[in-house]
Design a protein around this ligand. Structure first.
Ligand SMILES: [Zn+2]
Length: 236
């Protein structure tokens, strides 16, 4: 069941028409959607579906058994129904700001401290990222916060590019971020460029410009073990 994924092309599309093409136990599958399916640390979209004679909340969106599933509260519309989907835009836009902030954070830690990312996760407005750092401190957190805000404030453009797989596999920036772990069937590979400071293979949604993230605070630094240090950030 192939769903045209509108968020992959334009993160700013907030609503779209579609048709129900399948019903999974968890929810509805559409032919096209603006709802982002959970992945790469970014939560799935919430919102609502409206159709002739009905309306329902979408409480999560994710991929399961290859399908792009809109988890629905209440009775789903039958297969073949024309629907209008609307995402909770404030929540999604906050996630876009948060996601872009994390990419800039990872770029700074790599540029200034040669440390790679080992993991990460985000909620709207807050996020954590783990790095291969030997040590971490409150002062370090403050230093990172200053560098992060300085870069965000430079209004770097954030661009989505589709890069042929062979080219992506040969790109040192993408190798660093483990592009080789992307399944062989994925070609071209979706890449997010943030000015000249960051380049990552990524399926998520981002703001168009780092200035749109606004200021960010480092709220916590903690050790999660040897060569694994956690930084928590919050949008202000
Ligand atoms: Zn990402």
């Amino acid at each position: 069941m192939n769903t045209e994924d509108l968020a992959a092309r334009d993160a700013y599309t907030r609503e779209a028409d579609g048709t129900v093409i399948d019903l999974a136990p968890e929810g509805v599958v559409l032919d096209r959607t603006v709802f982002y399916a959970r992945g790469g640390g970014q939560p799935g979209d919430t919102g609502r579906l409206v159709w002739q004679g009905g309306e329902a909340r979408i409480v999560d969106t994710y991929r399961k058994r290859g399908a792009h599933i809109h988890e629905i509260e209440g009775d789903p519309p039958p297969v073949g129904t024309a629907v209008h989907g609307v995402i909770d835009w404030d929540r999604r836009h906050t996630l876009m700001r948060t996601h872009t902030a994390l990419h800039v954070l990872s770029a700074i830690i790599w540029r200034d401290f040669d440390a790679k990312v080992t993991g990460g996760n985000m909620e709207p407005g807050t996020a954590r990222m783990d790095f291969e750092l030997d040590s971490i401190s409150v002062e370090f957190g403050k230093q990172v916060e200053d560098a992060l805000n300085a870069e965000l404030d430079k209004n770097h453009p954030v661009e989505v590019k589709l890069v042929p797989r062979a080219e992506a596999l040969a790109d040192p920036d993408l190798i660093r971020t483990k592009v080789n772990l992307i399944p062989d069937s994925v070609d071209p590979i979706r890449v997010i460029d943030i000015g000249d400071i960051d380049r990552q293979a990524d399926g998520g949604t981002h703001v168009a410009n780092t200035g749109e993230v606004g200021p960010v605070r480092v709220v916590k630094t903690e050790s999660k073990g040897k060569a694994n240090k956690r930084i928590k950030i919050e949008l202000i």
